[in-house]
Design a protein around this ligand. Structure first.
Ligand SMILES: Nc1ncnc2c1ncn2[C@@H]1O[C@H](COP(=O)(O)OP(=O)(O)OP(=O)(O)O)[C@@H](O)[C@H]1O
Length: 538
């Protein structure tokens, strides 16, 4: 992720360029003010008159430059934030389905919200704060050195001490940030679960337990936040103490030189001005640096969630399903569980054949479908498609050949049309055919906005059966070569389920693999084969 930030380097350089120009211009204004003061005290009116317009010109140029600095800085931050977020989301969607399912997806949610907020403040804004602070600090040194060069050494000592404090305090801070981020993962996961089980919480009167748990988790996070703030306050106080001590030292020197008459009144003004320019950025830098150092840990944690442990390179391009899917002596157990779920599976599925898979609950029907869908690979044995090992076939191509109707229906918050077409282009005729086949026509005709009716919140404003039919229409429209169905009719009434099953079984150019508990006497004979998965004894 850090490497990605190189792409926003031009925007950062642009912002820093304007920051440097503005800071130098600002320094020039201060120097001219010093000269004006000295000439005024000497009573040199002519030079005073000559210098004043130049000072006013320089000072008025500060306004557009100041605005440009703000704009370019915001542009850099916006680009950097968008870039990192886009990179993260792209990587998440590059994960294998099986690998994604291994993690609690609240981890990703937490990274996309809490961790990104922390990175936005600590890393992206932090880099600019340190850059801007350094420029201002250097301009401060420059101003002071135009009065007395020996001050440069003292300024460098101040930087070195502050850097040392930042580096040594970064380690405990890193640990605390990481712990808080982990806590946020658990917290987000908990909130996600509780909100999705809202009706269960209400029905079983679990409000008190939920409120109690929520309080405990919030309290833990708040306490960790308090510890982090306490640590930061301690670091800042130490740094402020060192810095203030150093600045007082500088002021003592100036006093000494002023008494000796080596520095003019304008010079004293310039040194005070220079000290101010050194002081505030040092405060900001010393606050930002430890946070900047801690960002590395957070990024590592986020990148760990993005890793795909499966690095197998797929080489076979399968653009068409022509003949058969064969299971050769396939056996399977889940990675983190030794129980053998499927064993000795030797099956052949012919192109355009219709297959019904039945069996006891927990027998492994859905697991078998996951192997078909390439979510998992067999633990032993092979699945061949047209003679090619499924493992070697490129995922994207395979997925474009198949359609899925799952038990758990997902509906986007969008129009019915977009939910059916999934944002791809189809003719009106194609859409209408799929709508009729899935039995959605009556429902859509009765809606004032028809196909343009928006469905909210995963189908809150439509029934379970209507949601299933939308997903069935989606699969039919996709014109896939293979259709996998997992309890697709579970939320439909018998009549409607039979009707849709008949429609699907009458489709000629599609291979259907249907896992279902709902079996109708009149549709069963239409299947080429009914396969019974037996529960493995473990
Ligand atoms: N991700 C997983 N990790 C470990 N075990 C799993 C996982 N998913 C399912 N199982 C186990 O695999 C076995 C088969 O589950 P599967 O969902 O394939 O059965 P099923 O025949 O589809 O059941 P049902 O008809 O009840 O949906 C079950 O014992 C289940 O607990």
């Amino acid at each position: 992720m850090v490497k990605k930030l190189v792409q926003v380097l031009p925007y950062f350089i642009l912002a820093m360029g304007f920051t440097i120009i503005t800071a130098i211009l600002d320094g020039q204004v201060s120097r001219k003010m010093m000269l004006i003061l000295d000439y005024a005290l000497k009573g040199d009116v002519n030079t005073l008159k000559a210098l004043t317009p130049v000072l006013l010109l320089n000072a008025s140029a500060l306004l557009p430059f100041g605005i440009t600095v703000a704009l370019t800085n915001n542009l850099y931050k916006k680009k950097a934030n968008v870039l990192l977020k886009k990179y993260y989301v792209t990587k998440v969607f590059h994960k294998d389905i099986a690998e994604f399912q291994k993690e609690n997806n609240a981890k990703y949610l937490s990274s996309m919200t809490n961790d990104f907020n922390t990175l936005e403040n600590n890393l992206i804004a932090g880099i600019y704060t340190v850059g801007n602070g350094t420029v201002s600090f250097l301009v401060g040194i420059w101003l002071i050195s135009t009065v007395n060069r020996s001050m440069i050494l003292l300024s460098l000592v101040i930087i070195a001490i502050n850097l040392l404090i930042s580096v040594t305090t970064a380690r405990p801070l890193k640990k605390a940030y990481k712990e808080r981020s982990d806590m946020f993962d658990g917290y987000t996961s908990y909130i996600k679960e509780v909100l999705s089980a809202f009706h269960i919480v209400k029905n079983y009167n679990l409000q008190d337990k939920v409120t109690d748990d929520y309080y405990k988790k919030s309290n833990e996070i708040q306490y960790k936040g308090f510890l982090i703030e306490r640590m930061i306050s301690f670091i800042n106080s130490t740094e402020n103490f060192v810095m203030n001590g150093s600045l007082y030292g500088v002021i003592c020197f100036i006093g000494y030189f002023a008494v000796k008459g080596d520095i003019t009144p304008g010079g004293v003004l310039l040194v005070v001005e220079g000290l101010g320019r050194m002081a505030w950025p040092l405060f900001e830098i010393s606050e930002s640096l430890p946070k900047l150092f801690t960002s590395g840990n957070l990024i590592k944690k986020m990148e760990d969630t993005l890793k795909n442990s499966n690095t197998h390179e797929e080489t076979v391009e399968l653009t068409e399903f022509k003949d058969t899917i064969e299971f050769q002596n396939v056996g399977f157990h889940y990675e983190d569980d030794d129980r053998v779920i499927l064993s000795d599976i030797n099956l052949e599925f012919k192109k355009n054949g219709k297959y019904l898979i039945v069996g006891p609950s927990g027998g492994g029907k859905s697991t078998l479908l996951k192997l078909f869908r390439k979510y998992f690979y067999p633990t032993w044995g092979d699945i061949l498609i047209d003679g090619y090992n499924m493992k070697e076939i490129k995922k994207e191509q395979y997925f474009s050949l198949v359609a899925n109707i799952e038990q758990q229906v997902f509906i986007f918050e969008d129009t019915i049309k977009n939910n059916i077409t999934l944002y791809k282009d189809y003719s009106e005729e194609e859409i209408n055919t799929a709508i009729t086949a899935s039995g959605l026509d009556g429902f859509i005709q009765n809606l004032p906005d028809g196909l343009n009716t928006v469905i909210y919140d995963n189908g809150r404003n439509i029934s379970g059966g209507e949601r299933s039919r939308i997903v069935i229409a989606r699969a039919l429209l996709n014109k896939a070569s293979i259709l996998f169905m997992d309890e697709a009719f579970a939320s439909l009434d018998m009549e409607r389920a039979r009707e849709i099953e008949n429609t699907i079984l009458n489709l000629k150019d599609i291979t259907v693999i249907n896992v279902s508990h709902v079996i109708f006497k009149d549709t069963k004979p239409k299947y080429d084969r009914v396969i019974t998965v037996k529960k493995t004894a473990y």
